[in-house]
Ligand binder design. Structure first.
Ligand code: FES
Ligand code: FE2
Length: 411
């Protein structure tokens, strides 16, 4: 698999406060009460465009954000633009093999350098408007008519570089430039994800879903299986809904694991695997599925034989685009007749059951009679996520690992 080289993070790594979100302080205090006594976030957190705008600035644009997979830009000259909370970012693989990220705005008059979408390849970054040309490292190389302009120096007009880093095959960009090292914030998560070697795996299935639900409703749904007996008959056949536990991390992530039923090898409609077990997994990991959410937009579901990743791209308070990928070991893909459908089909059914429930929650929360409800003992993962969001709304940067540890986390 491609070895993803990245440019140096330029983050200052210092704690900083942000403006509080336009959410009722009393509602946040209720959400932050001890587990068992707390309430969900106020409905405005899910339906109010002002809250959504704040989230885009501070949750999606104010720290590390996953903007895709490393193998979407495998070759020198590869370029793609991805939406972030604060404008879009241009990802570029340099001729030195290094992945860099730039604010996707031309230094001339601001035209986007590339529209968000598929990867393209070129020897330079050329603005489509007046054809200013930049090197793959972001320096200005050509600006028609400016060569003899007094005082114009190319060195002053390079692209604005943003911190970018690769973590287990995923590309993260810090739109704020101030979030501090990603690896340090995810240090507790490292030993949970590393054995699966996601960076070695090959994406063999990719779906896109557009849902009419707030991104947090989708994430909260991910963190509990309290709903599984009611809406997931296929899942309950292979994994007991009350199995497993949640971690209690201090960093910007929430997660836990569930077990496979006896005789079931993986999450598929009949519990059999069409792939091969991932190398290096201990006996416990061969019988469990890890479910991890890296704040704010990535859900990593690590199975004994494949890793599924959901990337959430919020479009509006009530609309979220979801990119879902399934990655397998290269040796599984090398098997004659390998078909990723055993995993893709199972989760496609389960995903759609989830999106349907989440869209109904979204509609329900628009009722003038909607009030924040309580959490069951099985919804401790939801509590962890909600309290991270609530503290973020109060102005605490979610990606400030030091502050997270000081604040203490629910047990
Ligand atoms: S805005 Fe890019 S060249 Fe003019
Ligand atoms: Fe579900």
């Amino acid at each position: 698999m491609f070895d993803c080289m990245v440019s140096q993070s330029k983050g200052a790594g210092q704690a900083r406060g942000v403006e509080p979100a336009p959410v009722s302080a009393a509602g946040l205090a209720d959400a932050l009460r001890p587990f068992g006594q707390s309430r969900m976030l106020p409905p405005a957190a899910y339906v109010d465009p002002a809250v959504f705008a704040w989230e885009r600035r501070h949750f999606f644009g104010g720290g590390w954000l996953c903007v895709g997979h490393c193998d979407q830009l495998p070759s020198p000259g590869d370029q793609r633009a991805e939406d972030t909370g604060t404008g879009s970012v241009l990802l570029v693989r340099g001729d030195d093999g290094v992945l860099r990220a730039f604010a996707n705005t031309c230094r001339h008059r601001g035209h986007e350098l590339l529209p968000c979408g598929p990867t393209s390849n070129a020897k330079a970054i050329v603005c489509p408007y007046h054809a200013w040309a930049y090197s793959l490292r972001g320096g200005l190389r050509a600006a028609a008519g400016f060569r003899h302009q007094p005082g114009f120096d190319d060195a002053d007009w390079g692209l604005t570089e943003l911190p970018v880093t690769e973590w287990h095959g995923l590309v993260f960009v810090d739109g704020s430039g101030q979030a501090g090292p990603l690896a340090a914030a995810l240090s507790e998560l490292e030993p949970i994800v590393a054995p699966y070697e996601p960076e070695r795996l090959v994406v063999a299935g990719r779906h896109q879903y557009e849902t009419s639900a707030n991104w947090k409703i989708l994430t909260e749904n991910y963190h509990e299986c309290y709903h599984c007996p009611a809406i997931h008959p296929e899942l309950c056949k292979v994994s007991p809904p009350k199995s497993g536990e949640n971690y209690t991390p201090a960093g910007p992530w929430v997660g836990g694991w569930m077990e496979l039923r006896d005789g079931m090898d993986t999450m598929s409609l009949d519990g059999t695997s069409g792939g091969v077990p991932l190398r290096g997994l201990d006996p416990r990991r061969r019988r469990t599925v890890e479910y991890v959410n890296v704040f704010p937009n990535i859900l990593i579901s690590a199975h004994p034989d494949y890793v599924m990743v959901h990337r959430l791209l919020p479009l509006a308070a009530d609309r979220t685009l979801i990119e879902c990928t399934w990655a397998f070991a290269p040796e599984a893909l090398a098997q004659p007749g390998f078909d990723p459908g055993y995993a893709v089909d199972f989760w496609d059914i389960t995903n759609r059951q989830d999106w349907s429930a989440c869209e109904s929650v979204q509609r329900g929360l628009t009722s003038p009679h909607a009030r924040p409800g309580p959490l069951s003992p099985d919804e401790d993962g939801v509590y962890q996520f909600v309290t991270k969001v609530a503290r973020g709304y109060q102005g605490q940067p979610v990606w400030d690992a030091g502050a997270m540890i000081k604040a203490g986390q629910p047990g």
